[in-house]
Structure formats: structure tokens, C-alpha cells
Ligand binder design. Structure first.
Ligand code: SF4
Ligand code: SF4
Length: 239
């Protein structure tokens, strides 16, 4: 995204809507292009009285920013809009999760902090070592140069997006080691991520992952989220 200097009247109306706080006011409004995730919110908000926002066509790998950050964008290769397949959020409507396995989604980034792909890469590689089978139709999987190792392509690592989701399955016996290493991995990333798990309920109504979670002292929150990693970005005036 860029601002047309010749149009901007420095009214400041756009500053509060940017989820990355990437717009500052000088003689005219200025966008920090390294922080901007091309989400399009500033433009779509309609707040600019002079229509100064311009979204130019981006080249690879910059083009990934809008694909992952702008919900009106669709991933060209996968046809998936936004960040991931979100199959787990729709309660497995296509039956991809099988008895004996656990589906796991890790959601990186939030408004205010976003995520760079080098953090996604670090966690994906850690999960691959735990036997993760990455979902092929997920946009992050598409960026992997090797799905066996979880390694992402080198040229995308510095790209910043509002949010990205890794989706994978592991055998249920691997759930414990996956959950055990995530707190350590979260200390190494410069963003937040949440962890979601799904498994097929037994015919008697019991939930296979419950015993593992109980043994680890982890409470299960149906449809809940727990963020790991850094907190929100400090703002001026915070102690
Ligand atoms: S496109 Fe999004 S991140 Fe970039 S300046 Fe506009 S609101 Fe901020
Ligand atoms: S809302 Fe438009 S005119 Fe006002 S500061 Fe932002 S870009 Fe400039």
C-alpha cells in the first residue's frame, strides 16, 4: 500500500485503523513498508477524505502479504482466501481427521503484531520433527520447500503478514511431545500463536486427547484459544 503524496492532506484519519501501526504523520501520512502487511484496511475503511491510498500490483514474494492479510484476497495456487483452510474451525466438515490421529492448527500473529514467515518456519520445522503431516491445501504448506522438514522457501522468510496458520496431523501418541515443546518454541519467536487441536470422538462419547491433556495438566477449552509467545506490542504510556 502507498499514499499519494499529492493527494494526502495530513488529516490523520487513517492512523488509528492500521492494525500494524504502520502509518505515521509527517508533512503527509507515511507508510512504513516493512511493517505494512498490505491488508487494505486503510483503503477499505473509506476514512480518507481525498482517496489517497493506492494499492499497486506487488511482485513475489511481497505479493504474499495481501494474500495472507487481506480477507478479500484469494491465494492463486490453492484458491484459499485468507490464511488457512480453517477446516478445524468448521468442525471437520470434510472428514479429513481420522481416528488415531490429532489435527493441530497453530495460528500465528494478531492485529498489532502480525508475524514474519521466519517465525512460522521455525515452528513448522519443530513440528516436522514431531511427525507433523502438513495439510497440502494450506497456504503455508504451499510455501514449504520440503514438507518432510517443514522448511519454508528462503525468499519468503522476511515477509510480514497479519496472520498465518500451520495445519497438520500427528499420531495421537505424538500429541504429548508436540504440546511439551511448544512453550519452548514460543520463546524463540517474535509473535504470538494459538494452538488448536481436534480429534474424532469415540463411539461412547469420550475424547481421546482428554487423558493426554489431563496427564499434562492442560485444561481443555472447547472452541477456546490460548496464545503463546509475546504479548501485545507495548504502546506509549505503558509501564
Ligand atoms: S495496508 Fe494495512 S498494514 Fe498497510 S498501511 Fe494500510 S492498514 Fe496499515
Ligand atoms: S486519511 Fe488520507 S488524507 Fe488523511 S492522513 Fe490518511 S492518507 Fe492522508
Amino acid at each position: 500500500m502507498r499514499i499519494d503524496d499529492n493527494k494526502c492532506i495530513a488529516c490523520g484519519a487513517c492512523l488509528p485503523v492500521c492494525p500494524m501501526a504502520a502509518i505515521t504523520l509527517e508533512d503527509v501520512a507515511v507508510i512504513d513498508h516493512d511493517e505494512c502487511v498490505d491488508c487494505g484496511v486503510c483503503s477499505r475503511s473509506g476514512l480518507c477524505p481525498v482517496n489517497a491510498f493506492v494499492q499497486d500490483e506487488s511482485e513475489w514474494p511481497r505479493s504474499l502479504r495481501s494474500v495472507f492479510s487481506d480477507p478479500t484476497s484469494t491465494h492463486a495456487q490453492t484458491g484459499v482466501p485468507g490464511r488457512g483452510t480453517e477446516e478445524m474451525k468448521t468442525n471437520d466438515v470434510t472428514g479429513v481427521f481420522k481416528p488415531g490421529s490429532i489435527g493441530i492448527a497453530l495460528e500465528f500473529g494478531r492485529p498489532g503484531i502480525g508475524t514474519r514467515f521466519h517465525d512460522v518456519d521455525l515452528v513448522a520445522q519443530a513440528m516436522a520433527k514431531e511427525g507433523a503431516q502438513f495439510r497440502p491445501e494450506n497456504p503455508v504448506t504451499f510455501l514449504m520447500e520440503d514438507t518432510a522438514t517443514g522448511k519454508l522457501r528462503e525468499d519468503v522468510l522476511n515477509e510480514k503478514v497479519l496472520s498465518a496458520i500451520i495445519e497438520f496431523t500427528v499420531p495421537i501418541e505424538n500429541l504429548k511431545s508436540v504440546l511439551a515443546i511448544l512453550p519452548n518454541v514460543s520463546q524463540q519467536v517474535q509473535t504470538v500463536f494459538s494452538v488448536e487441536c481436534i480429534n474424532v470422538v469415540e463411539p461412547d462419547g469420550s475424547v481421546p486427547m482428554d487423558k493426554i491433556l489431563e496427564d499434562m495438566g492442560i485444561a481443555r477449552y472447547p472452541n477456546g484459544k490460548t496464545c503463546l509467545g509475546l504479548g501485545r506490542r507495548p504502546v506509549e504510556g505503558d509501564n
